[in-house]
Design a protein around this ligand. Structure first.
Ligand code: GTP
Ligand code: SPV
Ligand code: MN
Length: 590
């Protein structure tokens, strides 16, 4: 406890807030915080009859997504950050940050927010504290994690915690007026993995500001996992129940804005199947004494992409969002409700857009920002599993991405090492979740490119090793809902129909039937994918599974180039997988 108090004092001495407030996590305190933000203009209360107890925040237009170019892994040794992360020596970075944080909270309140990732005191759970001058961040952390005095009690008993410091970098000096969304043009999201610290400056948005999420639960936690023998992954977590009532636990790693929330809330279109939600973004995985991998969702809420969420694509999310939601950067309707592209087929005739300007369907620009989001408690999803806070044993792991070409709808790995190879080679089209050109293809191995807190080649090796530590590792599959025809159409209907792919995966788990080997892995045997009740034209189906050896050989050259960026750190097992893939492709051509 003395340690926590000393650290709070130290950060306060640096940032010089007017007040310090310890956050207890009570419902009343949360209400008061929201009311204060309404008063300051940070939040707008929505029409209580339409959307009870819900709010809209509009961010600064320059503060709308994660900033990978401003994200740093400051490990002591540069090689421990690896070529895929921005690295600065810890002392140099501290020298850069000190003057920025110096006095950065003047005129503001510094909130002390103790939180637990995973249920408080749970066997896979971990603690943290965020110091922040953003009440919006506090309200978000209260939804996304478990905040409360029990956490402080555990810290007082000596349980370790990760220290995270966040300032929007907009001190109120000399009677300066506040703005609804304070931020600073200069932004830093900095991780010190060796001392388990996060320092974030200048941004109030999402993963830049809710430090428990990407900064801790992925970047810092991946380092803890490397050192302690567990895994922190960018994965959704679901329980699939088949018509016989058998339950299967599936985790799936898809890059940002590539369908994790959708699959987490899947409503199967095939009779007798159901899906229960356990998590939609992050999964922590540990080997159990039974020789299986056990998983939890460390979060307590969803920070989900709004655009594209509608009755046809994710009706469960629409139902989850009926009340008690903080929306950010969506559009406001004339009757005080929210709207975004894809919520309804027909846009309203008039809206206030995410910037606060008048909007009509003729405006020629999106009404909601493409990375606009909702923050909502996980417990209020109608699909949430009754036991969602408990660990579950993993039966299958899925890797995916947005690939218009080459990658089939589903392919099963031959074994764990082949599965790790599939994960390491994932590439995906960029989305609006971070800066960069939307649609550009880039590597995103394990959907962890922006979130791995150490050298990604060592992370690959950790994956290989984790499979060896258990006697019954989950089966691994690669999926791709996003393959397109020559005319640019998606070949697969997706969304609820993805249940058909899940059904095939479960068949593989239970009966091991219905597959044929291909050079890249096991594909569904013709006729084994259940298409009852949908029309997928035969040529589309063929194209969904087409494997062109020449395009794939070209892919292997790109994989080799990618592996080479890590020099000799890439595990030999993955180099061997690459060589074996090439042999199979050449044999297929002959
Ligand atoms: P983060 O929260 O950023 O980590 O992302 P996420 O993976 O949870 O993203 P989300 O599920 O919110 O992805 C939303 C985007 O994926 C929307 O544009 C959806 O329309 C699209 N999407 C999800 N599932 C499917 C699908 O089966 N087919 C197609 N075509 N698009 C899909
Ligand atoms: C992602 O970008 O993968 C997210 C949103 O889940 S954020 O929390 O902003 O990183
Ligand atoms: Mn994510």
């Amino acid at each position: 406890m003395a340690e926590l108090l000393a650290w709070v004092d130290e950060v306060a001495a640096l940032t010089r807030p007017d007040r310090i407030r310890w956050v207890s996590g009570s419902a009343q305190e949360h209400e008061e915080l929201l009311a204060e933000m309404v008063e300051r203009g940070t939040l707008l209360r929505l029409n209580d009859a339409k959307r009870p107890n819900s709010f809209l925040a509009r961010s600064d237009p320059d503060d709308v997504a994660r900033l990978e170019s401003r994200t740093f892994i400051c490990s002591t040794r540069e090689e421990d950050a690896g070529p895929t992360n921005n690295w600065v020596a810890p002392d140099d970075m501290r020298a850069t940050l000190s003057p920025l944080f110096e006095g950065s909270m003047r005129g503001r309140t510094m909130y002390v927010v103790p939180f637990s990732m995973g249920k408080v005191g749970g066997p896979i759970s971990q603690l943290g504290v965020q110091l922040t001058d953003s009440p919006y961040a506090v309200a978000s952390i209260e939804i996304m994690t478990r905040v409360g005095d029990e956490v402080v009690e555990l810290i007082a008993e000596g349980t370790p915690f990760v220290r995270t410091v966040h300032s929007v970098g907009a001190p109120l000096v000399e009677g300066a007026d506040d703005v609804p969304w304070p931020s600073n043009p200069e932004k830093y999201i900095v991780h010190f993995p060796d001392s388990l610290e996060v320092w974030s400056f200048g941004s109030g948005y999402g993963g830049n500001a809710i430090l428990a999420k990407k900064c801790y639960a992925l970047r810092i936690a991946s380092v803890l996992g490397r050192d302690q023998g567990w895994m922190a992954e960018h994965m959704l977590l679901i329980r699939v129940v088949d018509p016989q009532g058998r339950a299967f636990h599936v985790a799936a790693a898809f890059p940002s804005a590539c369908g994790k929330t959708n699959l987490a809330m899947l409503r199967p279109t095939i009779p007798g199947w159901s899906v229960e939600t356990l998590g939609d973004d992050i999964t922590w995985i540990r080997p159990g004494e039974d020789g299986r991998l056990w998983a939890i969702n460390p979060e307590a809420g969803f920070f989900g992409v709004a655009p594209g969420t509608g009755a046809a694509t994710n009706v469960t999310a629409v139902e989850t969002l009926r009340r008690d939601v903080i929306f950010t950067n969506v559009a406001l309707t004339d009757d005080g409700d929210v709207w975004w592209e894809g919520l309804t087929d027909e846009p309203p005739a008039h809206l206030i857009d995410w910037r606060g300007d008048d909007w009509t369907p003729q405006s020629g620009r999106p009404a909601a920002h493409p990375n606009s989001r909702f923050t909502v408690s996980a417990a209020q999803a109608p699909s949430i599993a009754a036991d969602w806070e408990e660990a579950v044993p993993l039966d299958a792991i899925l890797f995916g991405g947005r690939r218009a070409t080459n990658v089939p709808l589903v392919v099963e790995a031959f074994d764990w090492e082949h599965g790790v190879f599939l994960g390491s080679t994932i590439s995906s089209e960029r989305t609006a979740a971070a800066e960069g050109t939307v649609g550009e293809l880039r590597r995103d191995p394990f959907a962890m490119m922006p979130f791995c807190g150490y050298n990604m080649a060592d992370y690959f090796a950790h994956w290989v090793e984790m499979g060896r530590r258990v006697t019954a590792p989950p089966a691994i599959f690669q999926v791709n809902w996003f393959r397109k025809g020559a005319d640019g159409r998606f070949l697969w209907p997706g969304f609820g129909e993805n249940a058909r792919v899940i059904e095939w995966i479960v068949r593989r788990l239970t009966t091991q039937t219905g597959a044929v080997a291909s050079p890249i892995g096991r594909l569904p045997e013709p006729g084994s994918l259940n298409l009852d009740g949908i029309e997928v034209p035969p040529p589309d189906l063929e194209e969904l599974f087409a494997i062109d050896p020449d395009s794939w050989l070209a892919e292997t050259d790109l994989v080799e180039e990618f592996f080479d960026t890590f020099g000799d750190r890439v595990p030999a097992e993955l180099r061997a997988q690459l060589a074996a893939l090439r042999r199979r492709l050449r044999a297929a051509k002959a």
